[in-house]
Design a protein around this ligand. Structure first.
Ligand SMILES: [Zn+2]
Length: 181
């Protein structure tokens, strides 16, 4: 089994985990954040800036909630059971920072690893870049938003047979938008 959880447990056993990996968010904070996600505009719109590459780290910090900033700009990891883990409404998932379309509910499934899982991204990584990640002593492939460089999560090769891949994504990196009728 190569689930996220097993990989993290194995990292703990090797005592090479950095504090950010297990930074926790209070339940109250997480619920508040889930509610806010449905109503809020993505950060780029709130900043009133068109080109995500023009946004400074300080501006991201000012407009993103601390938990979102930690995951998206500092490559942190949210605790398991985030607000989109067991969420299966029909719609699309866009980058919480810049609004780039990342995933569709059609490829979302419950993997049991504790984070939202997708078998593929929109248009074969149209808005996603893959980066080799050797942090914590693990060989993983990190996925980031191609438009604004937000850390999203990782992609593993133990997904459903249809693609063989499992995108393991932090809930706080995304904003869900329901399909219009
Ligand atoms: Zn983005």
């Amino acid at each position: 089994m190569l689930s996220c959880l097993n990989r993290i447990v194995s990292a703990v056993q090797r005592r090479i985990v950095e504090p950010n990996l297990f930074r926790t968010i209070s339940t109250t904070g997480r619920n508040r954040m889930a509610a806010n996600h449905e109503a809020d505009e993505v950060a780029l719109k709130r900043l009133g800036i068109k080109d995500p590459k023009q946004v400074t780290e300080q501006q991201w910090k000012e407009v993103l909630q601390p938990e979102v900033y930690n995951v998206t700009r500092e490559a942190g990891t949210e605790p398991t059971g985030g607000h989109y883990d067991k969420f299966f409404s029909k719609g699309r998932y866009v980058c919480i920072c810049c609004g780039a379309e990342l995933f569709s509910s059609e490829s979302k499934y419950w993997s049991g690893c504790g984070w939202p899982a997708f078998s593929k991204s929109v248009d074969e990584d149209f808005n996603i870049i893959r980066i080799r990640d050797n942090a914590y002593g693990m060989e993983r492939t990190e996925v980031r938003c191609k438009q604004c460089n937000a850390h999203l999560g990782h992609v593993f090769d133990d997904g459903p047979v249809e693609t063989g891949e499992r995108y393991c994504i932090n809930s706080v990196s995304m904003k869900f938008e329901p399909f219009s009728e």
